[in-house]
Design a protein around this ligand. Structure first.
Ligand code: ACM
Length: 453
């Protein structure tokens, strides 16, 4: 049953992902001091794992929380911020929240290769993601159209292949200092940056910068279209293994956390045997450097080590190999295109976006259960949920936020809250209350007529 977010005693709490338990003490309230600091007091105690926390608001003691890990303190303070932003004339209703995330991986992927988005935009994305208690920012750093990761051992990658993007724009890249700044800014807000070097396909930018990665030894032309499947690395070429060691080594050094994404999607130029050998080479390389590799779903049959993670994305595909891999012990991140691909159009009239996974309106992003979205997938194999924003059609910061908002809020709730505390009607009714928050930060959003209300 959902208890939260409904109008109670004249006060509604729409910005909180449906918590496990929320009780409102009718009539009682806490008045935020008008002058002087607001004190949100916290303590570490035994309230469960990871981002779990309890939070109470009382007339006498104000806002207090308990968490036993810093992730819980981050989540509690995000909730406290929500309460304060919502407070009318500084009055917060007295309440008690006991809250815990459903999944440990609550992610957002941004493609900064097809169109480049730099640290300023990424900081806004991080602020927004933290606000909705996401804890992973997955950066898609390389693709056919541009290489965005500075690799000190391979300066030609950014010298030759960062000044391009879809449609011929100027591109750009994250220097080592930029990525360090972005990852520490994210870490301060409880978000881990997971970088992706997409391999062995989606590599035209690498093939342009490094001639020896091509079978004929000739550098490829810059590619600024939006087709996929026309580029690949080849393990049998002398240059390839050293290249992989350099670029993966650089990303291991430049990103924190246990995971590193190495792609594996849409490879159409290798035989199944060549593809399997490539995946296994990269899997061993990443594990040898102390990280757990994440691959897109296509790598499922090739994986050899249970520490490797798979990310489900193509909701039109047969999931049999992913289910089999989960049964062999691999964990799965769920990014079903027809639910969480926020580059899909909202409806047929959306000016931006694609349609290959269908139209994805707010309700599609909200009204699904990760535990049943792939029938027969062992629910205990689910590591989490991730929204994805590919940027083939996304050129500006306003484009980007208008695709994220409002759907990111819906996916964040799916990642945090179990279906028994979620309710589409209530969510749709509450959504307009988020708009002032986005507007106060200058973030664009898409107005949606909310169906089914
Ligand atoms: C993907 O959307 N090709 C992972």
């Amino acid at each position: 049953m959902r208890v939260g977010s409904r109008q109670t005693g004249g006060v509604s709490l729409p910005l909180i992902p449906a918590p496990t338990v929320l009780t409102l003490a009718d009539g009682e309230q806490y008045r935020v001091p008008e002058d002087g600091e607001l004190v949100v007091s916290g303590g570490f105690g035994e309230v469960g794992e990871d981002a779990s926390y309890t939070l109470s608001v009382t007339a006498e003691r104000g806002i207090e929380f308990t968490a036993n890990q810093s992730a819980g303190a981050q989540a509690a303070s995000a909730t406290a911020m929500q309460l304060l932003e919502l407070s009318v004339d500084g009055v917060v209703p007295a309440l008690e929240i006991i809250d815990a995330p459903r999944y440990p991986w609550r992610g957002l992927m941004i493609d900064i290769s097809r169109h480049f988005f730099g640290p300023d935009t990424l900081r806004k994305v991080i602020d927004l993601a933290a606000r909705y208690k996401l804890n992973v920012l997955h950066l898609h750093l390389t693709d056919d159209q541009g290489w965005r990761l500075e690799v000190p051992a391979r300066p030609e990658l950014i010298e030759r292949s960062s000044s391009s993007e879809v449609g011929g724009g100027p591109g750009g890249f994250l220097s080592v200092a930029d990525l360090a700044e972005v990852t520490s800014y994210a870490a301060e807000q409880g978000i881990t940056v997971v970088g992706e070097i997409d391999l062995p396909g989606h590599t035209a930018a690498a093939l342009h910068a490094v001639p020896g990665l091509n079978s004929d030894g000739e550098a490829r032309e810059i590619y600024t279209g939006i087709d996929v499947g026309h580029s690949t690395l080849r393990l049998e070429l002398a240059e390839t293994e050293g290249f992989l060691a350099d670029v993966i080594g650089a990303l291991v050094e430049q990103t924190p956390g246990d995971f590193l994404h190495v792609g594996g999607d849409e490879v159409r130029l290798l035989t199944p045997e060549e593809y399997t050998a490539f995946v296994r080479h990269v899997e061993a390389l990443v594990l040898g450097l102390g990280k757990r590799p994440v691959f897109w779903q296509e790598a499922a049959p090739a994986l050899q080590d249970r520490r490797s993670v798979l990310q489900w994305w193509d909701s039109n595909a047969d999931p049999a190999e992913v289910i089999a891999a989960a049964r062999r012990g691999h964990q799965i991140i769920l990014s079903p295109g027809n639910r969480t691909y926020l580059d899909m159009k909202y409806d047929a009239s959306s000016p931006l976006g694609q349609t290959w996974a269908g139209l994805v309106d707010v309700r599609d992003s909200y009204d699904w259960d990760p535990a049943t979205v792939i029938p027969d997938l062992p629910p205990e194999s689910i590591l989490g949920v991730e929204a994805a924003l590919w940027t083939e059609t996304i050129e500006t910061e306003d484009d980007l936020f208008s695709m994220l908002l409002p759907r990111l809020v819906a996916v964040a709730e799916v990642a945090w809250s179990a279906p028994d505390v979620r309710d589409w009607e209530a969510f749709a009714e509450d959504l307009p209350a988020h708009v002032p928050l986005w507007e106060s930060r200058g973030l664009a959003h898409t107005e949606r007529p909310l169906p089914g209300r």
